[in-house]
Write a protein that binds this ligand. Structure first.
Ligand SMILES: Nc1ncnc2c1ncn2[C@@H]1O[C@H](COP(=O)(O)OP(=O)(O)OP(=O)(O)O)[C@@H](O)[C@H]1O
Ligand SMILES: [Mg+2]
Length: 199
C-alpha cells in the first residue's frame, strides 16, 4: 500500500470504530469442520442482530458454491479461490455498514490470512471465529451424511478427515458447541460482538 492508502485505511478504521454498533460494518467469519455448527450459529446470530436493527447478510459456503463459486471444486486451489471470493464480497458489504456473517469452512490458514489482509488494507473490521467442535462430535452430528459417506469409501477429500483443516492459531474467538445449546453458543457470540462495540 502507498502511504496515502495506509492513511485512508487508518482513517476509515477509526471512523468505523467511532460509529454506533448498528452502523458499524464487520465481517464475522465462522470457520470450522463440516457439521461444527457454523451455519446454525450464523443464522441464529443474524436473526438476533436484525431484530436489534443491524443490517445483516449471511454468505453461506453452500449457497455461494451454487452461484458465485459455481464450477469450483474442492482442490486446495479451488477452495482458496472460493474463500477469497467470499472475502472480497464480504469486505465490500462490511465497508458499507453491513454485518457480514460468513459460515464457511475455509480450511487453509493462508486463505483466511488473505481475507484478513484485504480487510486490513481497506480498514474494515474482520473477526475470525473458530467454531471448534471436535471431529468426533461433528461426525456424530453428520448433518449432510458426509462423514458416513467418507467412512464407506463413497467420497474422498472430507475436510478434517482425509483433507486438511488448519485450525486457526489466533482467532478472535473460539467457540465450543459440544454439550451446549445453540442458544448458548449464539449468545456467547453475540456477547463477544458486544465487547467489540458491534452489537
Ligand atoms: N451449540 C451448538 N451450536 C451450533 N450447532 C449445534 C450446537 N449444538 C448442536 N448443534 C447442531 O449441530 C449441527 C450443526 O450443523 P451446521 O449445518 O450448522 O454445521 P456447519 O458447520 O454449517 O457444517 P457445514 O460445513 O457442513 O455446512 C446442527 O444440527 C445443530 O443443531
Ligand atoms: Mg454450513
Amino acid at each position: 500500500m502507498t502511504t496515502a492508502q495506509t492513511l485512508a485505511a487508518d482513517g476509515a478504521a477509526e471512523a468505523a470504530r467511532a460509529a454506533a454498533p448498528c452502523e458499524r460494518g464487520a465481517t464475522v467469519w465462522l470457520t470450522g469442520l463440516p457439521s461444527a455448527g457454523k451455519t446454525t450459529l450464523a443464522f441464529a446470530l443474524a436473526e438476533r442482530l436484525r431484530a436489534e436493527g443491524h443490517k445483516v447478510e449471511v454468505l453461506d459456503g453452500d449457497e455461494i458454491r451454487e452461484f458465485l463459486s459455481k464450477g469450483l471444486g474442492f482442490s486446495q486451489e479451488d477452495r482458496h479461490t472460493n474463500v477469497t471470493r467470499i472475502g472480497f464480497v464480504a469486505e465490500k458489504l462490511a465497508s458499507n455498514g453491513v454485518k457480514v456473517l460468513a459460515p464457511v469452512i475455509a480450511p487453509y490458514a493462508a486463505s483466511r490470512t488473505a481475507v484478513r489482509d484485504r480487510h486490513a488494507e481497506a480498514g474494515t473490521e474482520f473477526l475470525e471465529i473458530h467454531v471448534a467442535t471436535p471431529v468426533e462430535v461433528c461426525s456424530e452430528r453428520d448433518v449432510k451424511g458426509l462423514y458416513a459417506k467418507q467412512a464407506a469409501g463413497e467420497i474422498a477429500g472430507l475436510t478434517g478427515v482425509d483433507d486438511p483443516y488448519e485450525a486457526p492459531e489466533n482467532p478472535e474467538l473460539r467457540i465450543e458447541t459440544q454439550n451446549r445449546s445453540v442458544a448458548d453458543s449464539a449468545a456467547e457470540l453475540h456477547a463477544f460482538l458486544t465487547t467489540r462495540g458491534l452489537a
